[in-house]
Design a binder for this molecule. Structure first.
Ligand SMILES: NC(=O)c1ccc[n+]([C@@H]2O[C@H](COP(=O)([O-])OP(=O)(O)OC[C@H]3O[C@@H](n4cnc5c(N)ncnc54)[C@H](OP(=O)(O)O)[C@@H]3O)[C@@H](O)[C@H]2O)c1
Length: 237
């Protein structure tokens, strides 16, 4: 059994999640940034790819005292588990995430990680190294549920990780902040990473909620239960 998987992203009106230089995604309002904490607080774990943790210098913490206190009242740990994923195991022990004492950190990676890094990271986090060139997502997610009791997690990016979750049909819900800004750029990533191949199959969602927040639009999509077939090449809507 795997956790329920939510994704939470900010996106420009032209569908970009970052600039072509992969600079931190700080193009939404202060109010939207506060929402990041609210969404984190609802989940047992936060998941991010190696690229995002490095580019956005993430701590993956729940900084709001109120949100931490609410979780404690609910019988939950003060902060969600922090999970970082990397196939190649290029995790830098000097990253901000390791400077913040908070919830435990779990690294999902493979035996491609060097022995030197394994030794440096062992005191800082739980290392789960799979004996395959890439992390087997369903097994790794199942392990989070079985060993850490993660029933729901929120993936905060980036696009490469979201693409792999979508390709394996492992996405249940998407929270999207649509920002009134255009970036352009063929080399700027979208929700599913750099423009490239189609997903193995299109994934259909339904709109569960839509709300305006200042100039931004907050969208909440849920995966459709009926997996109807969609032809990505069809011109009809
Ligand atoms: N607008 C937003 O809401 C938002 C959200 C998040 C990120 N971003 C932006 O997106 C950019 C980063 O994009 P990105 O695509 O490089 O980020 P990413 O998905 O966080 O990082 C890519 C790396 O993560 C690892 N990875 C991804 N999927 C994996 C999987 N299924 N199994 C194992 N490892 C996996 C791989 O690491 P290895 O190469 O080490 O194997 C991969 O190279 C940044 O500019 C960031 O600011 C924007």
């Amino acid at each position: 059994m795997r956790p329920k998987i939510h994704a939470h992203f900010a996106m420009t009106a032209d569908g970009k999640i970052s600039t072509k230089y992969l600079t931190p995604s700080q193009f939404t309002s202060t109010a939207d940034k506060a929402r990041i904490g609210e969404i984190r607080a609802r989940h047992d774990a936060i998941l991010a790819g190696r690229g995002t943790v490095a580019a956005d210098t993430m701590s993956m913490r729940l900084s709001s005292e109120i949100l931490r206190a609410t979780r404690i009242k609910q019988g939950l740990p003060p902060e969600p588990l922090r999970v970082v994923i990397s196939n190649a195991g290029k995790i830098d022990p000097s990253w901000k995430i390791f400077q913040h004492i908070g919830s435990p950190i779990v690294i999902l990676s493979t035996i491609r990680m060097t022995q030197k890094l394994r030794a440096a990271l062992a005191p800082l986090c739980d290392l789960h190294l799979y004996e395959s060139p890439t992390v087997p997502l369903p097994a790794a997610l199942g392990m989070l549920r079985a060993e850490y009791g993660v029933k729901s997690l929120v993936c905060e990016g980036g696009g490469a990780l979201l693409r792999s979750l979508a390709a394996a049909d492992l996405l249940d819900e998407i929270h999207l902040t649509l920002a009134p800004v255009l970036f352009g750029g063929a080399a700027a990533p979208t929700l599913t990473g750099l423009p490239g191949d189609f997903l193995p199959k299109p994934l259909a969602f339904r709109l569960a909620k839509m709300e305006a927040l200042g100039d931004e639009c907050l969208l909440h999509f849920k995966r459709k239960n009926i997996r109807r077939k969609i032809d990505p090449h069809s011109r009809t809507t």
